[in-house]
Ligand binder design. Sequence first.
Ligand code: ZN
Length: 248
Amino acid sequence: MKGKGNYTRGLISRCTNYKDSDIIFTLLSENDGIQNFIARGAKKPTSKLSGHIEPINFVEIYYTSKSDLPAVSQVQSINSFMKIKSKYNLLIRSQYLVELSEKFFSDDANNNSQLKILTETIDQLSKTEHPDLVIMVYEFELLKSYGFGLRIFECLNCSKSLKKSSNYFSYTNGGFYCESCLGNTHSNEELVKFSIEDQIIFRSIERKKYDEILSLDINDLSIKKLSEMLKKSISNVLGVQLKTSRFL
Ligand SMILES: [Zn+2]
């Protein structure tokens, strides 16, 4: 693509109609953080911008100014994730992943490696029989990469290796307690018991043995329980519940 001005690439996370025919959109860019742009006239059917500007489109764009809201002169879709958008249950899951990522990504720095993982994860959703498992791996790794990793193998209190048995997870502190330390927890800590089968999934994610997880006989119930646990841990870290998580 040829054009004048500044160039960037990224994933569109949100679009808002503005005035009669303009669209303001947010881009999770590869190298310049999270940026807002205005696409003037983009809602007109004759506009060369129309069709390229919608949420969950990976695009390359040219823009003319370096103001707070630069106007785009060219937009080209690189990946529109059509397979995802044709299935409602995958679309809402992708929207959740994008909303989640936007909360963690840096506003003004390079998000390139995280963005790559995000787009690969969205792609994976259309190729798996367990989309919720794919989401769990993403959530788990995202927490870890921003320094909020869950403690899966050692007790939060005494740091001894956890026994392969039922253990109690603390939402407040993002990890498990061994049996002997249960008495040392704070009275306001919310604890939930996880069976060894539940913990096996997290242990496999932590060891990056993803093939092993897919070969496990995972029932929907335990995915649901683990998925809720991760979402609760995430909202503890962020201090808010994500809007899109309610639809999953
Ligand atoms: Zn302990």
